[in-house]
Design a protein around this ligand. Structure first.
Ligand code: NDP
Length: 489
């Protein structure tokens, strides 16, 4: 059904991919074209945009379906989630290819993302049976107390393009596992992966309207969802700017919300670090996914004693990176997602140069066929420069030279963000101190700042996140509400 590696003629003959509302695939009022960032002449497909009335229809259907789902036996819920996860894993080559084609990450990363997304469904399938309440004696004799969790109701999920399948899955899977209905608005830059996942979910025997896909822009479909009083909870991943907008809208209706936004993550490299490990962590963490990760280490904070040797090792590794078509053999860095993001990268390259940073490697841009940029490394940068304070979402890393561990830690924490932080050291003393004093939601020791597991909480501090944590058992906090019952026999 998907249009992988076909030419434009095939596309013209292809149908527009529709939204999934109230258990049916429905045409939108308009459609958008989805293009391959590795080759912007290639159209991947056309995707329906939901009307306001269709979003309303999804909300109404979700309300009814959620009541049925809440009353559905746990084993049926478990089997649905397990089946979705199994199919995603079984089809990760095919779906990974589609994801890489529309988002631009190399095939190995696209495949890995779909596989991981399948694991989220499998993990939450098991969690269906791990929903336990608590009991207590009342202070009043003869009265017993029980606390249990109940579903929120309708959850609106607004997801980004950089992990179009995994991010959506780590929200959809717990939402369904804990008994909610879902209205999903994916990013308009990556609709093909959204339709593919929806097709897998739609195969399951779910009440009509329990799961709805409403493609459309953030300014229309997104705004309608975040302002709706029928939505009980909003889960969002994307930019700080849109996160703030969602917080305002949700606060107006007192709707529960959680936000996972950008960051300005740093990796510290101390004098005692294994420099090969440190350089691997830096290159993988800064440039994987073309730097378009909320966990990317765009700041490399290095102590004086190893600064020059570390920069040399990073440069050597960067020379081996192969930038090119996401689906081409041997490519390690795919294109930037679109022309707008590439322009943002250009602007940040210029800003770094204007601020006096020294470019020692990369930064070449070629957008004649796709949106390609070689990863860039700057030295002679300071933490006060804008390039080290704003999230660029680009394959750009800046080295900040510091005197010692204490200055490194203070520099890492001197940012408005706080998602992940890393350190490369062989010292237990520094690793232990760092683990406790980095003001970030996730800490990595001798590991890249990017790359997290699916069974443990994920999220950040300061402007990186708001609300309860995602993933692992912690997701229960967002997707359920606690009820306290008093019982007198
Ligand atoms: P956005 O925050 O604009 O988009 C994220 C999602 O929110 C998309 O589905 C988008 O829809 C939707 N959205 C946009 N505006 C609204 C709104 N008013 N109400 C409800 N939903 C809305 O991120 P961008 O894609 O524009 O990327 C811009 C920057 O954001 C990046 O350069 C990066 O810095 C950061 N970012 C961070 C991510 C992270 O993982 N933390 C992920 C993606 C981006 P649509 O795009 O379809 O209009």
């Amino acid at each position: 059904m998907y249009l992988i590696n076909r030419d434009k003629q095939d596309i013209c003959m292809a149908q527009i991919q529709n939204n999934y509302i109230a258990g049916k695939w429905v045409a939108g009022i308009t459609s958008i074209e989805n293009r391959n960032p590795s080759n912007h002449a290639e159209v991947i497909g056309e995707f329906a945009q939901a009307s306001s009335a269709q979003v309303q229809e999804a909300l109404s259907a979700a309300k009814q379906a959620q009541l049925v789902w809440q009353a559905t036996g746990l084993e049926a819920r478990l089997q649905v989630l397990q089946a979705i996860g199994d199919e995603m894993i079984a089809r990760c080559d095919e779906l990974g290819k589609l994801l890489s084609q529309e988002e631009g990450k190399p095939f190995a990363e696209g495949r890995g993302e779909v596989y991981r997304a399948g694991q989220f469904f499998q993990y939450y399938a098991a969690q269906v049976l791990r929903q336990m309440g608590e009991t207590a004696d009342s202070v009043r004799p003869g009265v017993e107390i029980e606390t249990r969790r109940e579903p929120m109701g309708i959850v609106a999920i607004i997801s980004p393009w950089n992990f179009p399948t995994a991010t959506a899955s780590w929200k959809i899977a717990p939402a369904l596992a804990f008994g909610n209905a879902v209205i999903w608005k994916p990013a308009n830059l990556t609709p093909a992966s959204a339709v593919a996942l929806t097709e897998i979910i739609a195969k399951q025997n779910l009440p009509d309207g329990l799961f709805n896909l409403v493609m459309g822009s953030g300014s229309e479909v997104g705004e309608q969802l975040i302002n709706s009083t029928e939505v009980d909870a909003i889960s969002f991943t994307g930019s700080l700017q849109v996160g703030r907008r969602i917080a305002q809208a949700a606060a107006g209706n007192l709707t529960k919300f959680q936000l996972e936004m950008g960051s300005k993550n740093a990796l510290i490299v101390l004098d005692d670090a294994d420099l090969d490990i440190a350089a691997d962590c830096a290159v993988g963490g800064a440039f994987g996914g073309t730097g378009q990760k909320c966990t990317a280490s765009s700041r490399l904070i290095v102590t004086e004693g190893v600064h020059d040797a570390f920069v040399e090792k990073v440069k050597q590794r960067m020379a081996n990176l192969k930038v090119g078509d996401a689906l081409a053999e041997g490519v390690t860095i795919g294109p930037v997602v679109d022309a707008k993001q590439l322009q943002q990268n250009r602007d940040y390259m210029k800003l770094a140069e204007d601020e006096g940073c020294e470019l020692v490697c990369g930064g070449e841009i070629d957008d004649s066929q796709g949106y390609f940029m070689t990863p860039a490394l700057f030295v002679n940068t300071t933490n006060q420069m804008r390039i080290n304070r704003e999230e660029a979402f680009a394959p750009i890393a800046c080295v900040i030279k510091v005197a010692d561990y204490e200055e490194a830690l203070a520099t890492l924490n001197d940012t408005e963000y706080g998602l992940t932080g890393g350190i490369c050291t062989q010292s237990l003393k520094y690793a232990s101190h760092f683990k406790r004093h980095a003001k970030t939601g996730c800490v990595m020791v001798n590991l890249p700042t990017a790359g997290t597991d699916y069974h443990v909480p994920f999220g950040g501090r300061k402007n990186s996140s708001y609300g309860s944590r995602e993933q692992g058992q912690y997701a229960e906090e967002f997707y359920t509400e606690v009820k306290t019952s008093y019982i007198k026999a």
